[in-house]
Design a protein around this ligand. Structure first.
Ligand code: URA
Ligand code: SF4
Length: 189
């Protein structure tokens, strides 16, 4: 357990706990508002993220930014991270041992950010956070509450690049998130 960001980020940036350390250029720690009420969790860095050291800056990220704009959400209002912090070669899915080795960092990020709502982007995020029994096709768009956090599973933005029809689902899921955020703010006042 870490009680401060500096130590957590330093350890992650030097991490060699799984084999992804051998092929990465940069550890992609996470980005955004560390006091955000809303967090997004993706899968792992792609080529652009590996070079720039920031999550969701490539094609999928640009699409995500456009969706954010469409629903009136600012990227710097939220906190964004991934299941694994180093790029899986050829963008393959992270393997279980890699996700297991890395998840402790993400869990600590969640503890430090303390979001009320977390959006799970795609199947890898869903299964690693909520459990293997969840499937993205049946779970997306439906709230799951676990240990005081509300989770909204939705498509991974890269899936929207392959199948345009998923864009409407993605926007609808994010709209549900925005509605929830406003009702939570109402409750807190
Ligand atoms: N896909 C992800 O899951 N995460 C990123 O940071 C970029 C692409
Ligand atoms: Fe460490 Fe995670 Fe990178 Fe593996 S993916 S080396 S566990 S930071």
């Amino acid at each position: 357990m870490y009680d401060n960001w500096e130590e957590l980020e330093n350890d992650a940036k030097q991490c060699r706990k799984c084999k992804l350390c051998q092929t990465r250029n940069n550890v992609v720690f996470g980005v955004g508002n560390k006091n955000a009420n809303l967090m997004f969790i993706g899968e792992g860095p792609g080529a652009d993220e590996d070079i720039q050291g920031e999550p969701f800056v490539g094609k999928a990220g640009k699409l995500m930014n456009m969706a954010f704009e469409a629903i009136g959400l600012k990227r710097d209002e939220v906190y964004i991270a991934n299941i694994v912090k180093c790029r899986p070669p050829s963008n393959r899915n992270p393997e279980d041992d890699e996700a297991m080795a890395c998840l402790n960092y993400l869990r600590n990020q969640v503890i430090l950010v303390k979001p009320q709502v977390i959006v799970l982007l795609g199947s890898v995020a869903l299964k690693n956070i909520l459990g293997k029994e969840y499937g993205i096709t049946s779970s997306r768009g439906k709230w799951v509450e676990k240990k005081g956090i509300l989770y909204m599973p939705t498509w991974h933005p890269a899936a929207l690049l392959r199948d345009e029809t998923k864009k409407i689902d993605f926007i609808n899921d994010l709209k549900q998130v925005m509605d929830k955020m406003s009702s939570l703010v109402g409750q807190n006042n």
